[in-house]
Design a protein around this ligand. Structure first.
Ligand SMILES: Nc1ncnc2c1ncn2[C@@H]1O[C@H](COP(=O)(O)OP(=O)(O)OP(=O)(O)O)[C@@H](O)[C@H]1O
Ligand SMILES: [Mg+2]
Length: 218
């Protein structure tokens, strides 16, 4: 004799019951048995360790694509900035509120009518990138791309040493390389850009890759 739970599981739903709204591919929503195509929006996250060129590349993309730009550094709580200024690396728990705030800011730009958003954010670990990926849960039209800037630590240290008036020092570069989790092969939303070349070449390479993706997505 099946228990009550098993019986309930076999009772067919009435044919008139409202079918759930489900999301399939980005931009496609199935509601009450009908498929609706929605315009896609893109979230371009320019990522990489301190000094890898995120701000430089993100500003270029935002200007070229005419999209709003979110500078991740500006959304750190004061306690994080104080820590970084003192050369103390942030812990995972220091980063959760910052990452969720960046995600919220990104969603709200799209909600307010932007076609897409460019964000500069180090996103050093898989779990940090996963926090950002949740943005697509809140907005099924959102397609997320990480543009990962990579150059050897020695080269980045040289660049940062020449940069003035920024709280990220050489120690931060080292500590960020220590915890960096380079994107895995199965993180298919990541494009890697070689950031070791001339600054203009790196900017153009990133923009070309973005344009190629936009063209492929139609
Ligand atoms: N391809 C490049 N070649 C030479 N210098 C570069 C290149 N890209 C960026 N720079 C310089 O390196 C320094 C770091 O670049 P940028 O500030 O864009 O990096 P970032 O990743 O935003 O750093 P942070 O994480 O500290 O905010 C700047 O002085 C910038 O002008
Ligand atoms: Mg920066």
């Amino acid at each position: 004799m099946p228990n009550g739970q098993d019986q309930a599981a076999t009772v067919p739903l009435p044919s008139s019951s409202v079918k759930p709204v489900t999301a399939t591919a980005a931009g496609t929503v199935v509601a009450n048995g009908q498929t609706h195509h929605q315009r896609q929006h893109h979230l371009w996250l320019v990522t990489g360790p301190a000094g890898s060129g995120k701000t430089t590349v993100a500003e270029h993309l935002a200007t070229a694509l005419q999209l709003p730009y979110i500078e991740g550094d500006l959304y750190h709580p004061k306690a994080n900035i104080d820590k970084m200024s003192a050369g103390i690396p942030l812990t995972d728990s220091d980063r959760w509120d910052w990452l969720t705030e960046l995600r919220k800011q990104s969603n709200s730009r799209i909600h307010d009518g932007a076609e897409g958003v460019v964000v500069a954010c180090s996103a050093l670990k898989l779990k940090y990138r996963d926090v950002i990926r949740v943005a697509a849960y809140w907005d099924r039209t959102l397609v997320i791309h990480f543009i990962f800037l990579y150059a050897p630590a020695e080269l980045i240290l040289e660049r940062v040493a020449a940069r003035k008036g920024h709280y990220m020092g050489a120690n931060m570069v080292k500590s960020q390389f220590d915890i960096l989790e380079r994107p895995r092969e199965d993180e298919v939303d990541v494009i890697t850009v070689d950031a070791s070349g001339d600054v203009e070449d790196v900017k153009e390479d990133a923009l070309e890759k973005v344009r190629a993706l936009l063209a492929a997505e139609g």
